[in-house]
Ligand binder design. Sequence first.
Ligand SMILES: NC(=O)c1ccc[n+]([C@@H]2O[C@H](COP(=O)([O-])OP(=O)(O)OC[C@H]3O[C@@H](n4cnc5c(N)ncnc54)[C@H](OP(=O)(O)O)[C@@H]3O)[C@@H](O)[C@H]2O)c1
Length: 281
Amino acid sequence: MRPETIAIVGAGRLGSTLALRLSDAGFKITEIIARDNPRSLAQGRRLSRSVKARTCIARRGTLDATIIWFCMPDSKIAAGVLEFARRDLRNKIALHSSGVLGSDVLAVMRESGAAVASVHPLMTFVQNSQPQLHNVAFALEGDQRAVRVAKKIVKALGGKPFPIRKQDKIAYHAFATMICPLLISLLAASEQAAKLAGISATEARVRMMPIVEQTLVNYKHMGAAASSSGPLVRGDTDTIGQHLSALVRNPALKRVYSALAQAALVYLPTRNRKAIARLLS
Ligand SMILES: NC(=O)c1ccc[n+]([C@@H]2O[C@H](COP(=O)([O-])OP(=O)(O)OC[C@H]3O[C@@H](n4cnc5c(N)ncnc54)[C@H](OP(=O)(O)O)[C@@H]3O)[C@@H](O)[C@H]2O)c1
């Protein structure tokens, strides 16, 4: 067992995977702290069973762990930490994993003696999926003592810690949102384009996987420019015009197509830029 012991506050998507991965990496999870309602407590108990921890609500928590890791939604952190105010938190570390919020949202914990940091993993956590954290980038920001300990924990998880400045967090989170939730949004919109061609969303998902996977492999090895193909690279104005006509039946989809094509004109090698830009405007 490692010397740091950890209490997890919030047994949701991040909290559940984090607790399991920390436990796998040899950290003792002491408490899963849930809200005082049957559903939240049941969720907490399920997680506690798999990591051999206690389940409790904040005011009953012993807080005997050296680290308290807030895994509640961003909008709940500021109010959630108040439940821990006026406890003796000397020598403790308080962490949260919001991409947007700085460590200062844990100021109440700092006032009670804890060192605080934000520790944001560039990974997606959804129900029924528990990703590995190997090679995952973790953005760290906060008090020196807390960042030092968080760095050790991230390395023990196989992750890659790096410092982030408080003022850069929001732009960084916009980046994180573009590469995951908005990538899924693109795939969901693509299903609608398939629907216009008479293909169901389920069938579209099956058919698109080989090309989506190859595109990601190309991007990984060669970068964006060398992975571009299709009518924009060829400067095929007529084809793009035909696409736009076909998409008239779904105006929202046409807007998505146009916005992404406009981004390609700016960031990727394309031919006939001016003519295509006119079509898209
Ligand atoms: N999901 C991701 O992909 C991801 C990725 C990177 C970072 N994060 C960060 O991880 C954090 C958690 O996000 P999430 O997606 O895991 O949210 P989530 O699935 O909604 O889970 C949040 C959990 O916190 C609990 N909770 C809320 N208020 C609480 C309180 N006062 N005391 C104890 N537990 C409380 C909720 O319980 P109830 O269900 O009872 O409300 C729920 O179990 C956020 O800061 C988010 O920015 C998430």
